[in-house]
Design a protein around this ligand. Structure first.
Ligand code: C2E
Ligand code: CA
Ligand code: CA
Ligand code: CA
Length: 278
């Protein structure tokens, strides 16, 4: 059993014996990754469970390093949040997403794109102007952008974060609360942030079809969000029975490997186009 566990850990790239060494190696390799532009974006479609529309995608960072191989953003984003690199990678993501959204518009297949924004990014005032000027520069309508703000990292200056999210919302950008249920003050976030969407964390969706308690919790979140006028996205949907149950519970949107893995922009499934965006 132990040996099996260790094997899995190694395949994941998280050798239990060497997390500190790996962390140091990632920090050492990051500058050259910026220089040589080794970051790319993959996109994961979201399925609207009512209309069948699949035009909304989430942009997810990818980094393939010559020494480390594929490094997950779950590993390097927290390091960048500490180092301050999050601001320059965030700006690259914003510009690349706007460029890609423009390409999709020009190709006649408009897609709405979710951008992950760290609370650390919201601690400065840069994000709003960076995002709005990139949209203007590329001629992308703001309602094609959805900002996903993760609940995990603490929001240090809540009034400032609220003000900036409100500015984005006023500009027509929609706001999603990411990883809902895993943060420190989920209900306070629902009350205080100007939101359009709540994304229920994968850990609550994983056992929704086998755990009555988890199904009740998810139902509670869906009903609460709907009562507040918000839409609900379920993350990490991998099995058809999860999707069936989510439909029954009135969940609005589903995302997960069952629908599609995150893929390069050209590999996305074709639009179902039942509800054209424009
Ligand atoms: P997230 O925003 O919660 O993104 C969802 C993560 O779950 C992604 O991992 C995605 O690949 C994975 N996923 C989606 N569906 C499934 C599924 O059905 N099963 C399983 N097992 N996994 C699924 P990824 O791409 O490794 O990203 C990890 C986290 O890194 C993201 O979590 C997000 O918090 C952060 N991140 C990624 N890109 C960015 C970015 O551009 N900026 C910032 N600030 N954070 C980012
Ligand atoms: Ca996200
Ligand atoms: Ca999430
Ligand atoms: Ca997450």
């Amino acid at each position: 059993k132990q040996a099996g566990k260790r094997q899995v850990a190694r395949l994941d790239g998280h050798d239990e014996a060497a997390p500190i060494a790996r962390n140091a190696l990632i920090r050492r390799r990051l500058p050259s990754a910026f220089e040589t532009r080794r970051f790319t974006l993959h996109y994961q479609p979201q399925l609207d469970l009512v209309s069948g529309d699949n035009s909304t995608v989430e942009a997810l960072l990818r980094w393939t390093d010559s020494e480390l191989g594929m490094v997950s953003p779950a590993e390097f984003i927290p390091i960048m949040e500490l180092s301050g690199d999050i601001h320059r990678i965030g700006l690259r993501v914003i510009n690349e997403v706007c460029m890609q959204a423009r390409r999709w518009l020009d190709a006649g297949v408009p897609r709405r794109v979710g951008i992950n924004v760290s609370p650390v990014q919201l601690a400065t005032r840069r994000v709003v102007s960076e995002l709005l000027s990139a949209l203007a520069r590329h001629g992308v309508p703001p309602d094609l952008i959805q900002v996903e703000i993760t609940e995990g990292a603490a929001i240090t200056n809540l009034p400032r974060a609220i003000g900036q999210l409100q500015q984005l919302r006023d500009a027509g950008i929609s706001i999603a609360l990411d990883d809902y249920g895993t943060g420190f003050s989920s209900l306070a976030m629902l009350r205080n942030l100007p939101l359009n969407i709540v994304k229920i964390d994968k850990s609550f969706i994983d056992n929704i079809d086998t755990s009555a308690a988890d199904a009740l919790l998810v139902r509670g979140v869906i009903d609460t969000a709907h009562a507040l006028g918000l839409k609900v996205t379920a993350e990490g949907v991998e099995r058809p029975c999860q999707l069936r149950l989510l439909r029954e519970l009135g969940c609005d949107i589903a995302q997960g490997f069952l629908i599609s893995r995150p893929v390069a922009p050209d590999d996305l499934p074709p639009l179902t186009a039942r509800t054209p965006l424009l």
